[in-house]
Design a protein around this ligand. Structure first.
Ligand code: CTP
Length: 398
């Protein structure tokens, strides 16, 4: 899977840098082409000679080196993936803030290839809010974070913060960047986020959906080769498009129009948005002033987007709906599968701790048309997205 793949490995100053030697060794053994960039302090932990010998390429360290100066842009273009392992707290903070005072940072800032990072630090640093904020920033830039592990730390303490083992890092690279593309040539559309239904120029009816689940599904479909369109409600979560076509909408009616336009040419549609079921019958032109003790708003049903697509669905199209339930979860999900003519319904119960709106985790069960049922444990939304897309591939594209 890694044969002929070009990996640019950035190494920073951390005791875990010794593991970078194994990492290079394993990558080369798998047939990857590896170029190594080191920061000055990384050289205190592992020798450039070791890494140039193992990678069979000269190790790059100097920003103003005659050879590497012109290279800092080209290196990011050369690589299929830039991997920074170990990533120290210091370099993490610089990356989050766009600081460019060494070759590794110059390459990172100009890299056009995907970037993965494997942080390594002591537990207390790992838990500092500044570290969390810096990691969240990198994640919002679209960088992939390889989870740290628990274990013995350089301080002699035991806890979280150890860099992932080289085998785990290689598995992560394979899973995240070098999967086969079973959905190549397919078009997918995904809805995400809430809808806002205006009451007057300053107020609306909305819900707490963040859109994270839908965004994760859109990214996963793209990773597996599909051309993806995302119809996104008004969530503050930023979507870094990276080739995903994003249509921003506000109301259920706008989402309905966008979805019906896209569905005509879609092979797969995943409806993860939390669409408002009701909208105000009349939207006041001016701000509604307070008068009486009670105010009654008259609401009317919005169009059911999933149902409307289910009615039009052609045999070869795969339609996936979501069901967010608080009670009678199974029955309600099965009923939605039928009434909306979907192929799959993804059930998440708000009763399950860590599942549903606002969380970074979710717990799902997928119900299929022919009575099939797939249960999954509580996982991160990215992993849940992988389970959903894997199920679609297994059932329809294997
Ligand atoms: N959905 C939709 N259009 C709507 C309402 C819901 O397309 N106007 C879709 C959602 O995106 C989701 C599925 O329908 O994929 C189920 O949404 P949910 O809110 O759980 O169910 P509803 O059909 O709205 O039924 P109820 O609220 O009564 O449970």
């Amino acid at each position: 899977m890694l044969k002929g793949k070009k990996i640019l490995l950035g190494i920073t100053g951390s005791i875990a840098a010794y593991k970078a030697a194994y990492l290079v060794r394993y990558l080369v053994k798998e047939g990857a082409e590896v170029k190594v960039i080191m920061t000055a302090s990384a050289k205190d932990f592992v020798s450039p000679l070791t890494l140039s010998t193992l990678s069979r390429n000269p190790v790059l360290t100097e920003l103003f080196d005659e050879q590497s100066w012109s290279n800092h842009v080209m290196l990011g273009r050369w690589a299929d993936v830039m991997l920074i392992a170990p990533l120290s707290c210091n370099t993490l903070a610089k990356m989050a803030n766009g600081i460019c005072d060494n070759l590794l940072l110059a390459v990172y800032l100009s890299a056009t290839c995907p970037v993965a990072i494997a942080p390594a630090m002591d537990e207390d640093m790992w838990h500092h809010p500044a570290t969390k904020e810096n990691l969240a920033k990198l994640s919002s830039f679209g960088n992939e974070i390889i989870p740290v592990e628990r274990g013995e730390l350089a301080s002699g303490l035991f806890g979280e913060g150890r860099m992932a083992e080289p085998e785990t890092i290689i598995g992560f690279l394979k899973n995240n960047f070098f999967l086969t593309s079973p959905l190549k040539g397919k078009k997918a559309m995904v809805t995400a986020g809430p809808t806002y239904e205006p009451i007057d120029p300053v107020r609306y009816i909305g819900n707490h959906s963040s859109g994270k689940m839908g965004i994760a599904i859109a990214k996963e479909l793209q990773r597996r080769g599909a051309a993806v369109s995302l119809v996104m409600g008004p969530s503050p979560v930023n979507v870094l498009s990276n080739g995903i076509e994003v249509t921003r909408v506000t109301t259920a009616e706008e989402m309905f129009t966008a979805c019906n336009r896209l569905f005509a040419s879609a092979d797969i549609a995943v409806m993860a948005a939390a669409v408002a079921d009701y909208t105000a019958l009349e939207k006041a032109k001016e701000k509604i002033k307070k008068k009486d003790d009670k105010l009654t708003l008259e609401l009317v049903r919005t169009k059911d987007i999933l149902k409307s697509l289910g009615e039009k669905k052609k045999k070869e199209q795969v339609l996936v709906g979501f069901a967010l339930e608080t009670n009678n979860e199974r029955e309600n999900a099965m009923e939605k599968l039928k009434s909306k003519n979907a192929d799959l319904i993804v059930l998440n119960s708000v009763k399950d701790e860590g599942a549903g709106f606002g969380h970074d985790t979710n717990k799902i069960t997928i119900f299929g048309k022919g009575g099939s049922e797939f249960q999954f444990p509580l996982k991160s939304k990215n992993e849940v997205a992988r389970d959903i897309v894997d199920t679609i591939i297994k059932l329809y594209y294997a």
